[in-house]
Write a protein that binds this ligand. Sequence first.
Ligand code: NAD
Ligand code: ZN
Length: 353
Amino acid sequence: MRQINVSIPGRAYDIFIQPGLLNDTGAQMRALLPHIAKVLLVTDSNVAPLYAQRVEKSLTDQCFAVKTAVIAAGERSKNAGELLRLWNEAAAFGMNRTDAVVALGGGVVGDLAGFAAATFLRGVPYIQIPTTLLAQVDSSVGGKVAIDLPAGKNLAGAFWQPKLVLIDPDTLKTLPDDVFSDGMAEVIKYGCIRSEGFFRFLEACGDRKSIMEHIGHVLHTCCAIKAEIVEEDEWDTGMRMLLNFGHTLGHAYEAAYHYTTYTHGQAVAAGMVDACRIGERLGKTAEGTTEQVSQLCAAFGLPTHIDCSKEDYASAIGVDKKGTGDSIRLIVLSEIGASQAVQMEKSALLELV
Ligand SMILES: NC(=O)c1ccc[n+]([C@@H]2O[C@H](COP(=O)([O-])OP(=O)(O)OC[C@H]3O[C@@H](n4cnc5c(N)ncnc54)[C@H](O)[C@@H]3O)[C@@H](O)[C@H]2O)c1
Ligand SMILES: [Zn+2]
């Protein structure tokens, strides 16, 4: 069993990574949270038929009373209506503050169920069981939970750390290729911002099959990097912004195509390549970095360029959550494995894209 402790004072928790761990959900939770009686298990319509029964059985074997709430798969479920439905389900189930929510699914389930847990009865414990690559390396760790509003993604949310993250890499076997690639963008991001050695390892792997042969190492490395950054900056006021590498322009692509044509990971991949290109032009990024990031993204089926009009860039940068006044912080690489924030005028960035 691989284990990473996220050492946030007063809110520390473990991430466990182990094939077959789904079957141990109940035992892991019982060991950590002996007083919990009821579990609201939140999952989605794709994940439920694959994995919900095993998790339910594992929980009931440990004498938890379980109620399962299934949301429709997809980003569109990350909304206020579904949040209200989960609150009502929790209330009808008679949950109290010592009961728990379990999120079994990708980032959509994790963000929605996590926000329900953060707000029901002013906060109940929750456990993340991420089942997509993106959720296993990114969204299940760090405590950011949210729903989307018509005005934009993740606009209502909270910081609410889970009590435990249980990662069963076997669940990745059922992921469609495009969803797997999507998660690879975030995996590559960790190498870019923090570890040249990991970046070279990913280059050597080169495809999904090889990544899966080393999945324990991949998940452990990514979660350890994320945990380290979150420990330093739980509330996202400094260091955590490095995780936004590729996301400033990535968000522009997602928005320009109305969140339909390109997935988050595809947009981030193109955004990482852009950030390197801009960094090289500014003299902040070692020459040749763009080419290396571009090749690695391409190896995993990710786009390295997305067309976008100046107007779409402008509107995306105007509402970017990192934007302060008329300037913006762009995350660039000094070289593979080392990143920094560069403050620049939004107008200057627009000239460079
Ligand atoms: N909280 C954070 O820090 C954070 C970070 C990054 C992203 N996010 C959020 O995460 C969401 C994206 O997450 P995602 O990419 O996991 O999307 P997702 O939850 O929509 O999952 C993608 C698809 O895979 C399916 N699926 C999930 N697990 C499966 C499995 N094991 N086998 C087969 N199919 C499976 C889902 O049903 C869905 O259709 C976005 O809403 C984004 O805002 C949050
Ligand atoms: Zn992302």
